[in-house]
Design a binder for this molecule. Structure first.
Ligand code: GRF
Length: 193
């Protein structure tokens, strides 16, 4: 079974959905590490409750992004990780991680990219008044939400929606789609070895 790491900075609802999928035999991969750049984030308690090892760090205690990413790479190697899945990790990935895990870093974003990259994509879509938005899962490159798209799913914004109901609809898709994509990618990698 391929070992994967999830990177998150916040509440960790996607992290939890991925671990639940593993527990229910729907993942085809083992969530073996949570990496978190916010030592107070709620996702850390979720990982502890689910018995997943955590590497948390404070970026400002390091001299540079290169310095903390080199330490992350060491942790990932220690745990034998082959894939990184970003789930609300609020930082651009730098060259140390990109080189060490080239082609094996994936992100989920709550819009139909290339529309509404960056922070608060749901709020951006809501303010723009678009009638369709959605979820994108994509490979990570050095840009902000710019890598090659793996999967997308659309959500219609109805007249009766509020920003809150739209957020709930998007999260429900994320929690189903991300485990499905992880399962598919992990299976492909397994077969090619
Ligand atoms: C998700 O909407 C994800 O698409 C985005 O950040 C959010 C993380 O939410 N990149 P959570 O921490 O998984 O609840």
């Amino acid at each position: 079974m391929k070992k994967i790491a999830v990177f998150a900075s916040g509440s960790g609802s996607n992290f939890e959905a991925i671990v639940r999928a593993e527990q229910e035999g729907r993942l085809g991969a083992a969530v073996s590490l949570l990496v978190c750049d916010q030592p107070q984030a709620a996702v850390i308690q979720k990982a502890e409750a689910l018995n997943i090892p955590v590497f948390s760090f404070l970026p400002k205690q390091y001299s540079s992004k290169q310095a903390f990413e080199e330490e992350i790479v060491q942790e990932l190697e220690h745990y034998g990780i082959s894939f990184i899945f970003l789930a609300g990790y609020m930082r651009l990935i730098g060259s140390a991680l990109l080189h060490a895990f080239e082609g094996n870093i994936i992100n989920i974003h709550p819009s139909l990219l290339p529309a509404f990259p960056g922070k608060d994509a749901i709020g951006q879509a809501w303010e723009a008044g678009v009638k369709i938005t959605g979820v994108t899962i994509h490979y990570v490159d050095e840009g902000m939400d710019t890598g090659r798209i793996i999967a997308q799913e659309a959500v219609n914004i109805r007249r009766t929606d509020s920003k809150e109901t739209l957020t709930n609809a998007i999260q429900a898709i994320e929690h189903r789609l991300y485990p499905e994509v992880i399962d598919e990618l992990a299976g492909k990698l397994e077969r090619s070895f």
